[in-house]
Write a new protein. Structure first.
Length: 87
């Protein structure tokens, strides 16, 4: 979703999976992203773990059911915001 916002906003970006980096790059077209969804940047390790199995040992313990539920709610809110329009 972040990369889609960057493409839609005409912002170039490097190939990256770091959600903090992508959120920072998205700020010009989505200034609300950091304040509303900044905590999702903590998902960065999980966004790369399945792509790069060699770093699995560096991944923190899996999140609790409660943390997962809260995260899924945040992602649903972000999806709704994106669907309604970036700006």
């Amino acid at each position: 979703m972040l990369k889609a916002a960057l493409v839609d906003g005409g912002i170039s970006f490097r190939k990256a999976h770091d959600l903090l980096e992508l959120m920072a790059a998205t700020l010009p077209v989505c200034p609300w992203i950091e304040t509303e969804f900044g905590e999702l940047q903590a998902l960065t390790p999980w966004s790369i773990a399945y792509r790069y199995p060699s770093i699995e040992d560096d991944i923190e313990a899996p999140p609790s059911v409660e943390v997962l539920a809260a995260t899924l709610e945040q992602i649903a809110r972000l999806r709704g915001r994106v669907t309604a329009g970036w700006r």
